[in-house]
Ligand binder design. Structure first.
Ligand SMILES: Cc1cc2nc3c(=O)[nH]c(=O)nc-3n(C[C@H](O)[C@H](O)[C@H](O)COP(=O)(O)OP(=O)(O)OC[C@H]3O[C@@H](n4cnc5c(N)ncnc54)[C@H](O)[C@@H]3O)c2cc1C
Length: 368
């Protein structure tokens, strides 16, 4: 990997099934959104440079839920097999009360029936490894680690893609500071237990929740929110009298491996994910465009859908048609992604209700 190319145009080796008749793109951020965008553009024949401020790929993280629509996007990016190699289906999950009583089923069966395939869970490190491996296979892309985006550096690429997460420097430089991260009162905690609980879904209490999903054989992915909890001891105490296996999951996993994850979203929603005026065409994807709370588990899915849609629009219009391509991308993705972000925030308020009786009564009306 060439690490000397910050801000420069991409190299030009065409890959085995990537054409070479496209333009050049500078993608900022080597997270899920940036790497998937690079793959899509590369497959469309573009030469791509990815700038990543971290010194190496960041392999930490727990799990991603991959909705059937995002699975289709991965299929179109040529990554379906890599996903299915390690992903597990998510089925039989319930919403429970802290005493263990089942209130309702999560709507996974409905999703599977409608899409003809189940929601999948995949470990974040696996997906993060699969994306650069596919870029290596395609060739023609430099990933420059340890290279933060410098808005003042000379550009040179036909298209700039901001895939640099919730604190996007590209968004600040090219879209202004009107939209910025907004933090919720509660942080989320995420982790992996080294055993399979066999009990999946979410348990909703007063102002807090705990979720468990499968992720890989022999492991369980968990996530939780408690207002004001800042230490592992406080988190364990908050769930000490909740139903089995929640206290066991927290007792039997090493707090050193837990991740405390700020619950943030972008506010206000951007009026456009793209710009063509000023310093040349630019598009935002993933968290840079519409960071959302984790309640719906759609952060990675929406980033993948953005990436695939942007690459498809750019391929359809060619390097000379970037303004039309960016309009098409914005039209396809902005409202949809912003609806998901709003839905996730609304669900967060519902899940963490301080007076849960009415909420539980409403949830109890759903099929279990
Ligand atoms: C380390 C990490 C672990 C995560 N773990 C989980 C998890 O376990 N479960 C979950 O649901 N979600 C997790 N997420 C969030 C999830 O990956 C994103 O919400 C979602 O995938 C959207 O991806 P993205 O590519 O838009 O943004 P991100 O995943 O945030 O990627 C943005 C990338 O841009 C880079 N970057 C930022 N600023 C600059 C700059 N100025 N110049 C160059 N590069 C820059 C960042 O280092 C990062 O690699 C994690 C994110 C990170 C970064």
């Amino acid at each position: 990997m060439d690490t000397s190319a910050a801000g420069a145009e991409a190299g030009a080796d065409a890959g085995s099934d990537a054409g070479s008749d496209g333009g050049s793109a500078l993608v900022v951020g080597a997270g899920v959104g940036g790497l998937a965008t690079a793959i899509g553009l590369r497959r469309a024949g573009w030469t791509v440079t990815v700038l990543e401020r971290r010194a190496a790929p960041e392999r930490y993280g727990t799990a991603f839920g991959i909705h059937p629509t995002a699975q289709s996007a991965l299929d179109r990016l040529g990554l379906g097999a890599a996903l299915r190699e390690r992903a597990v289906p998510y089925r039989d999950a319930r919403i429970r009360r802290p005493d263990g009583r089942v209130l309702a089923a999560l709507p996974l069966e409905r999703i599977e029936r409608k899409a003809g395939r189940p929601e999948l869970l995949v470990s974040r490190p696996h997906l993060i490894d699969a994306l650069p491996a596919e870029l290596d296979r395609l060739g023609g892309t430099d990933i420059a680690y340890g290279c933060p985006y410098d808005p003042g550096a000379p550009g040179g690429a036909d298209l700039l893609v901001g895939a640099d997460g919730i604190n996007s420097a590209v968004r600040a430089a090219r879209f202004g500071a009107a939209s910025a991260p907004r933090e919720l009162a509660e942080a989320a905690w995420i982790g992996i237990a080294g055993f399979e609980t066999g009990v999946y879904g979410e348990t909703w209490g007063r102002g807090r929740f705990f979720g468990m999903t499968p992720v890989e054989p022999g492991r369980t992915n968990w996530y939780a929110t408690v207002p004001g909890a800042t230490t592992a001891r406080e988190l364990r105490a908050a769930f000490a009298d909740w139903h089995d296996p929640i206290p066991r999951v927290l007792a039997d996993t090493d707090p050193q491996t837990w991740i405390r994850y700020p619950m943030r979203h972008l506010h206000p929603a951007l009026p456009s994910f793209t710009r063509t005026a000023g310093h040349g065409p630019v598009a935002l994807v993933g968290d840079a465009a519409h960071a959302m709370t984790l309640n719906l588990g759609q952060g990675a899915c929406t980033a993948l859908l953005d990436a695939e849609a942007l690459a498809r629009a750019v391929a359809a219009h060619g390097p000379g048609g970037l303004p039309a391509a960016l309009r098409a991308y914005d039209g396809e993705r902005r409202r949809s992604a912003q609806r998901v972000a709003l839905g996730s925030r609304t669900l967060h308020r519902f899940m963490t209700a301080r007076r849960p009786a009415l909420r539980d009564a409403l949830v109890g009306l759903l099929p279990s």
